[in-house]
Design a protein around this ligand. Structure first.
Ligand code: PLP
Length: 380
C-alpha cells in the first residue's frame, strides 16, 4: 500500500540531503565541541557555522541563537527565564497556544505568582488585538506578551509586526512561538521586533531533537539548564552536533527554496479546498484556514459534516496519515483544545475535525486520494 503523508504540521520526513549532511558529521566529527584539540574544534566549527547562517537569515546576531533540543524546550526556556530574569508580573496570551506554552504559562501562574490574562478570541480564532492594546496602555505592570505566529491546528496567522510594535510602544516584552513558521515564512527580526522566538527542525524536514530559541541579546536572559558554559551560558550540556548539522542543512534548503516551496504548497492547499468543497457538501473550513492571506499555507483544518471519531483510523487503514486535531491531542479521546474554544457546541457535536497539512513533496494525486477516501468513508 502506498503511504500518503498529510500530517506535516506534526512532523516532516527528513530530506535525503539532510540525512547525508548528518551522516558525514556522524562519521567524521565525533569530537566534543568544548574540547580544545582539533577534533573538538572541528565539531565546534560546525555548530558555529550553522549558527552564523541561521542568524544571517533572520538578520540577528549569532549570539542570539541558542540551540535547544526542540521547540518545547525553546518555549520553556524563554518563558521561564523571562519571568525570572525580567521580573515579569503579568503574561498576556490566549487559550489557543501550543500545549508547551500553555502548560508553561500555567506553571508560572501557579508557582511564580504571575498574573495571566487570556485575550478574547472570536469564532474564527482571531486574537483581540485592540484588547491587548488597551490592557498594555492601562497598566504599567511588567508584561510579557506571548502569542504564536501560526496556530498549529488551524493555521491562523498573527500580524507579528503589528503586535511587536504595540508591545514596543507600551514597554512590554514579546515572545512568539514561531515553530510552525520558522523556515516557512520569511522572518527578519531586525525589522520585526519580537524579543523571543522558537524553532524546531523537524517541522521543516530536519531531525527531531534539534531546535533553537531566538533570544534578543538586550534582554539578558539566564539559563534554565545549568552545568557547563555551552550556548553562552544559556543552555548547558554537550551540543547535539549531528542534530545541529541537520538543522542547519534543513534550514538552508527551506530558506533557499522558500518561494518555490511556498507557492507549490499554496497551490496544493487551494486544490484541496476546491476538491473538498466540490465533493463533500457541508464541509466547513475552521478558523481562517481557507483564507490564503490569513492562514499558514501548510495547514488546512476542516470539519466534516457528520460525527465520526474513527475517521483518522479509517484513513490510516487506507494508507493516508492525517491528524484529527494536533499530534499532541490526536492520541487522546478529547477533542482538540483549539477547536473546542472556537467552534459552537452544535458544530462540535455534529462534525468531525481533520487537520490536513502539506509539504513541498505533496502532490495533487495525493489530495485526490484523500478526497476519494473521504467520500467512500462518509458514503457520499
Ligand atoms: N509550538 C508549536 C506551534 C508546535 O506546533 C509544536 C509542535 O507541534 C511545538 C511548539 C513543539 O515543538 P517540538 O515538537 O519540537 O517540541
Amino acid at each position: 500500500m502506498t503511504q500518503i503523508y498529510l500530517d506535516n504540521a506534526a512532523t516532516t520526513p527528513l530530506l535525503d540531503e539532510v540525512i547525508d549532511a548528518m551522516v558525514v558529521v556522524m562519521k567524521n566529527n565525533f569530537g566534543n565541541p568544548s574540547s580544545t584539540h582539533t577534533l573538538g574544534q572541528e565539531a565546534k566549527t560546525i555548530i558555529e557555522e550553522t549558527r552564523r547562517k541561521i542568524a544571517n537569515e533572520l538578520h540577528v546576531s549569532p549570539a542570539e541563537i541558542i540551540y535547544t533540543s526542540c521547540g518545547t524546550e525553546a518555549n520553556n526556556l524563554i518563558l521561564k527565564s523571562a519571568v525570572e530574569d525580567l521580573k515579569i508580573e503579568r503574561i498576556i496570551t490566549t487559550e489557543l497556544e501550543h500545549k508547551c506554552v500553555a502548560e508553561s504559562v500555567e506553571n508560572l501562574k501557579n508557582f511564580k505568582n504571575v498574573e495571566v490574562i487570556y485575550l478574547n478570541i472570536n469564532e474564527k480564532g482571531d486574537v483581540d488585538i485592540e484588547q491587548l492594546q488597551q490592557l498594555l496602555k492601562s497598566s504599567d505592570k511588567k508584561t510579557l506578551v506571548c502569542l504564536m505566529h501560526a496556530n498549529n491546528e488551524i493555521g491562523n496567522l498573527l500580524d507579528l509586526d503589528r503586535v511587536a510594535d504595540i508591545c514596543k510602544e507600551n514597554g512590554a516584552y514579546f515572545h512568539s512561538d514561531t515553530v510552525q513558521t520558522m523556515a516557512h515564512l520569511p522572518l527578519d527580526f531586525s525589522k520585526t521586533l519580537v524579543d523571543f522566538a522558537s524553532c524546531s527542525a523537524h517541522k521543516f524536514h530536519g531531525p527531531k531533537g534539534a531546535g533553537f530559541a531566538f533570544i534578543r541579546k538586550s534582554t539578558h536572559l539566564k539559563a534554565q539548564i545549568h552545568g557547563g558554559t555551552q550556548e553562552r551560558n544559556l543552555r548547558a550540556g554537550t551540543e547535539n552536533v549531528v542534530g545541529i548539522a541537520g538543522l542547519g542543512k534543513a534550514f538552508e534548503i527551506a530558506t533557499d527554496n522558500l518561494e518555490k516551496f511556498s507557492s507549490h504548497i499554496q497551490e496544493i492547499k487551494d486544490y484541496a479546498i476546491q476538491r473538498l468543497s466540490e465533493k463533500i457538501p457541508g464541509i466547513l473550513f475552521n478558523g481562517r484556514s481557507a483564507e490564503s492571506d490569513k492562514s499558514l499555507y501548510t495547514v488546512l483544518s476542516v470539519s466534516l459534516p457528520s460525527q465520526n471519531p474513527l475517521i483518522g483510523l479509517q484513513l490510516d487503514m487506507k494508507g493516508i496519515a492525517v491528524s484529527q486535531g494536533s499530534a499532541c491531542s490526536s492520541g487522546a479521546a478529547k477533542p482538540s483544545s483549539v477547536l473546542s474554544k472556537i467552534l459552537s457546541e452544535e458544530t462540535q457535536q455534529n462534525t468531525t475535525p481533520l487537520r490536513i497539512s502539506f509539504s513541498h513533496k505533496t502532490i495533487k494525486e495525493e489530495i485526490d486520494a484523500l478526497v476519494n477516501a473521504l467520500v467512500e468513508i462518509l458514503r457520499l
